[in-house]
Write a protein that binds this ligand. Sequence first.
Ligand code: CP
Length: 529
Amino acid sequence: MSNPFRGRSLAVIDDFSLDERLYLFEKARELKKHITSNNKTELEKFRINDSDFGVYEVFIEDSTRTKESFKNAAEFHRVKLSSLETSHSSINKNESFADTFNTLCGYDNLVFIVRSKQEGLCRWLEENGKLYAQRNRMKQPPAFINAGDGKHEHPTQELLDEFTFLERNNWSREYIHIALVGDLYHGRTVHSKADGLSIFRSVKVDLVAPKELAMPDNYIDRMRENGFDISLFDSIDSYMESGKTAPMWYFTRPQLERMGDDILKRQDELRRKIIFRQEFLEKIPEGTIFYHPLPRHKLYPTIPTFLDTTPLNGWEEQSANGKVIRIILLSLIAGIMGSGFSGERRGGRAAGESENFIEELPVKDYLVTKDYAEGVKPISNGLVIDHICRGESEKDIREHLARIIRVLELYGKGGEWISSSRSQPEKMKGIIFRPGQTEPGSKKMKQLAALAPGCTVNIVKDRKVVKKLKLRMPPKIYNFPNISCRNPDCISHTSQGENVPAEFDRITGDKFRCKYCEKTHTFKEIWIQ
Ligand code: CP
């Protein structure tokens, strides 16, 4: 059987299934044991040992731990390690990421470790790399490891965090109770925990942050979807008052410098809410342990340095685990380990319930009534789109009618209005009439389903409805020129200039997730205004 890990990319933590992560941890545990006992014979079994195997570090943002632990891991493996001098690269001359990485692929490099401000970059590079490998008849496509992308995810930090928590839990996966403290808004390491902590069967998470630094709703929703028990506190003070603090605390560094002058003016007040103070020490139960992905701010560390010599210090062992985890990750991607894996592999994320989102309804043999009218005259031949935004406010319906007309270019003769629903008169709906227009083609129909789910499309000929279609929310919205992610840091956002086509997967109801940065959008937000 082929090795399921060979050539794999890791853009988000969920790219590896639970079983795949557990397998990685098992191997990391073995490696750590052999490192501790300095068992050189056993250590050899973990090495790639191929000076032609190219690993490339591309850090467009600064790093110590992630960059240096991967460097040390690559040195352990005795592979070819390169690092792009991003401050002197042609990225600064507006070269696209696709061109930069294609060039480096052409120099026989198979694994790229990438840190960027752009969110979702590794997902895009993974797709682009597959096409490059096909065009250039490479034996295998390159793998891309996300070393932190904006405020999205940091999956390799998540791997080492999960490993550290399991180690602390004596390898029990039954239960974890953890406090996430600090800048939960910008902190990509805590965002990865929304899926990452699913490694534990029962998860209780206390989110401790003032509202300015609170965990974004889409990650809280994801935690709830994953069955986590969530509690929110606006400061460490209020958390301490609850009297039910977690045995593990995971701190993050506030990134207030990203938040503008108003926040900077209030930085002392905000920092006070998330910095641990001496007076709290006597109130926390014995056995509590603190973690931090590091770096700590040298002037305002959320874990003050007087705690370094106390049993609360879990962050140093956590940091050291980074090298072990990254050695194993490279062993797996290189395919020298992992062929014995028999667990569940990663499947695609569920993308909506049904592909069947255009349904033809039976048509009754009736003449068009005044409901389908061209002004005051019943429509003779043409198109009537009915039940648009049923139940929404009149203002929202009118705005959306204008959006539909603009996107589908439904200009020309006819009109649109708001009317009350016949079956539920208290509910409003929008209707578009287009006399003389024929049935839209399949691409336009898909676009209409994505713009006006729940609507009915009526084709009228000789004053009779000859065809009636009901459109539902499609499982995926993609391949349209007028859609865009709303996140300006997303690699697919038009302002990035990378020509990455936007794509959205339906999560539930009218909610869609950007394929790249994973920001949640309602279906209306997807469309360019
Ligand atoms: N934890 C972490 O990502 O640290 P660096 O920014 O130093 O890589």
